[in-house]
Design a protein around this ligand. Structure first.
Ligand SMILES: *Cc1c(COP(=O)(O)O)cnc(C)c1O
Length: 450
């Protein structure tokens, strides 16, 4: 019998997060204050001290608090699958494995950090967490985490998504969160925008500004981010740590690891535990996949840029298409961030990982091939990674090589069926990357002398 599932039990779950900062051959550059442009920490009124400590720690292992572990055990360890049916459908000699995070109750990997962030917020005395959400995945995860830990949760949801994607909103509300269409009248930023343009459909930048203003104005609240920051990526390493144990069970080792990158957190969670092996000389190819509509690593420069659209967040050294760049409206909403996590950018600079960009129609072709073979409808974001896995499996078919390929399947697509509907009706379009718009946006990078 061919084994299809590699299942470890609760007792094999990692009890510490892996912090790659302990092993980087060259340390990460600092983050800079957006005003003074001097090295800074995460703004203390917005983030608990424990998360600030993790952000800059160079300890290799950071213990996962027991209460966080007990919540993670609701849905972890997640399964490592062998995609026998996909291999047959592709007629490839490659072995394809996928680590599936869609079985988290929030439907994606984002709950892994939401639980940790809610825990540290509560430890530091918060009664309430505030955040923004675009399409709703991060808001869903944080709402759920807050309900587990008995915290209030307020989510500023970009108005266009609020109106177009009611199911994510209802999910958040079911978990007790207060969800507002952003721009809202609850903040000065929101009121100013609505005064000028009562019909504003909002943007992620506006929603961030609202959430930050809200949390800043109250001493019982923290602000939370679902990707990009070092501590967020570290919380996701449970994914890769489990995967390594499961590969040991399978008696295999990945030759190629592929994940999608928006801010970089699910990818980092899967691949960071493999970085020490790679530094030790192991031959593993690691590929980050982004949309051609927002290709920070493949098209952008490695530069200093603001973390947010408004230029109020700290400045980080990262691959970026410019904080004022507005990407075309592809369905993979989670991959439309202008920059790339500093950790992932640093690994790309050191050539420890490589990157590719894929078009929207091609990724849906791959998503449907995957769904028909494996029975899981993937979210549009990880479908970018599926495209590259299929390309690599096809290369093996040509060369006869029996490579072992690992896919990071970050979430399911049950809330993205309207995108599938458009695809199936033949109404999706590809967007050529607007190079001139990026050049314009890059003129607005902050001037930093380092
Ligand atoms: C948010 C999201 C992403 C993109 O965010 P990263 O921080 O790059 O992981 C990818 N996949 C899913 C399912 C998401 O919800």
């Amino acid at each position: 019998m061919e084994q299809t599932k590699f299942v470890i039990t609760e007792k094999d779950m990692p009890t510490a997060w892996y912090n790659v900062q302990a092993d980087l051959p060259e340390p990460l550059p600092p983050i800079l204050h957006p005003g003074t442009k001097e090295p800074t920490i995460l703004p203390p009124p917005l983030f608990p001290a424990a998360l600030n400590e993790q952000e800059f720690s160079t300890e290799r292992w950071i213990e996962i608090p027991e209460e966080v572990q007990s919540i993670l055990r609701l849905y972890r360890p997640t399964i490592l699958h062998r995609a026998h049916r996909l291999e047959k459908a592709l007629d490839t000699p490659a072995k394809i494995f996928y680590k599936y995070e869609g079985t988290s109750p929030a439907g994606s990997h984002k709950l892994n950090t939401a639980v940790a962030q809610a825990y540290y917020g509560k430890q530091a005395g918060a009664k309430r967490l505030v955040t923004e959400t675009g399409a709703g995945q991060w808001g869903s995860a944080l709402s759920m985490a807050c309900s587990f830990l008995g915290l209030e949760c307020k989510v500023y949801m970009v108005k266009v998504s609020y109106n177009q994607k009611p199911y994510r909103r209802i999910l958040m509300e079911t978990f007790g969160a207060q969800v507002l269409a952003s721009p809202s009248t609850d903040t000065q930023v929101g009121r100013n925008i609505l005064e000028k343009d009562p019909n504003s459909s909002g943007s992620l930048g506006i929603a961030i500004s609202e959430a930050v203003e809200d949390a800043f104005g109250r001493d019982d609240s923290f602000y939370n981010l679902g990707s990009v920051l070092n501590h967020v990526l570290m919380h996701q390493t449970v994914i890769g740590l489990e995967t390594k144990k499961q590969f040991e069970m399978a008696g295999e080792c990945p030759d190629i690891i592929v994940g999608c990158v928006g801010g970089g957190s699910n990818f980092a969670g899967l691949i960071l535990p493999y970085i020490p092996d790679k530094l030790g000389g192991k031959n593993v190819q690691i590929i980050a996949v982004e949309p051609t509509a927002c290709p920070s690593i493949t098209k952008g420069p490695l530069a200093w840029d603001y973390g947010d659209v408004a230029g109020m967040a700290p400045i980080a050294r990262m691959y970026t298409v410019g904080h004022s760049f507005v990407p075309p409206p592809v369905h993979a909403g989670g991959l439309r961030y202008h920059g790339m996590a500093p950790v992932v950018s640093h690994l790309a600079k050191l050539k420890l990982i490589e990157a590719r960009a894929e078009h929207q129609i091609a990724i849906f072709n791959s998503a449907v091939t995957f769904a028909k073979a494996e029975g899981i409808i993937p979210a549009p974001e990880p479908s970018h990674a599926i495209k590259v896995v299929i390309d690599e499996a096809n290369k093996c078919k040509e060369s006869g090589e029996k490579k072992t390929i690992l896919l990071g399947l970050s979430g399911h697509g049950h809330f993205d069926l309207s995108a599938y509907e458009e695809y199936l009706a033949g109404n999706l379009q590809d967007y050529e990357f607007p190079t001139e718009k990026m050049q314009e946006a890059l003129k607005e990078l902050p001037q930093v002398e380092v």
